[in-house]
Design a protein around this ligand. Structure first.
Ligand code: GLP
Length: 244
């Protein structure tokens, strides 16, 4: 779906999420959301916060799992995804702290493997993700599943691509400060979501958007795996769609 502006597109995405939260509330069920970071979802979160404040949208039944976190990374660090999510969403809505799950960038190296197994189990214990929100990196990554990621990959520690680190460099005041590793949900984790919405805004995403949507399904462009997911919508603004 192509929109004139990313602001308007973000409102439509937020409305879908709010609709799902309310539907689950009516059924007295949890609404399990997979959430993304980066600049792309900021407006979506802004609109959800507005709906909470002005329209009374409650997050009391919402359980969230974030896609990824840099490693190593302190939670209070302004570049952390932990900080990002609290700043843009969690601090402003009535979500219960125990319902928030974000990969932990502070765990000791030797415990990462077990930690990732437990993260998967936790998602499954809530019945899986009802909705997964995604951005896309210029390498074609979703979460931090860089080129080469397997279709069935699960939550794990990965090494970041050079392009991903250079895109993150301004936020870290230099590429030398960008962590070399991250913990990310896998493609296999993401593709089990019942509904996926992936967003891309702006000219600099146009090339990877074309490869993702019109190219072959390939581990070289991990987002292309979504072509095989039966309930995914790619939401674009005009600039991101210009190569299609
Ligand atoms: C990071 C995140 C991804 C995100 C990507 C794009 O790499 N791990 O989840 O999709 O950045 O970020 P942006 O939305 O700022 O373009």
């Amino acid at each position: 779906v192509i929109f004139k502006s990313s602001d308007y597109a973000s409102i439509i995405i937020a409305q879908e999420i709010a609709g799902l939260i309310k539907e689950k509330q009516a059924q007295q069920e949890s609404c399990v959301l997979g959430l993304a970071t980066g600049s792309s979802p900021i407006k979506v979160y802004e609109e959800l916060v507005r709906m909470h404040k002005e329209e009374g949208l409650s997050f009391a039944n919402v359980v969230t799992f974030n896609l990824d976190e840099y490693f190593p990374m302190e939670k209070g660090n302004v570049q952390s995804y932990h900080y990002f999510m609290h700043e843009h969403l969690f601090n402003h809505v009535d979500i219960l702290p125990e319902n928030i799950h974000i990969p932990d960038g502070t765990i000791p190296q030797e415990q990462i493997h077990q930690y990732c197994i437990d993260y998967e189990l936790k998602i499954n214990s809530f019945g899986g993700l009802d909705f997964q929100l995604l951005g896309i990196g210029r390498t074609g990554h979703i979460g931090f599943n860089e080129p080469g990621s397997h279709y069935n990959s699960v939550t794990r520690s990965i090494t970041l691509d050079h392009l991903t680190r250079s895109d993150a460099a301004p936020a870290f005041f230099g590429i030398e400060n960008v962590p070399k590793k991250a913990i990310t949900m896998g493609i296999g984790t993401i593709k089990k979501a019942k509904r996926i919405v992936i967003m891309a805004w702006g000219h600099k995403k146009a090339e990877v958007v074309k490869e993702t949507i019109e190219g072959m399904v390939s581990s070289e462009v991990p987002a292309s795996y979504l072509q095989r997911h039966e309930n995914t919508t790619f939401v674009l603004d005009k600039e991101a769609a210009e190569e299609l």
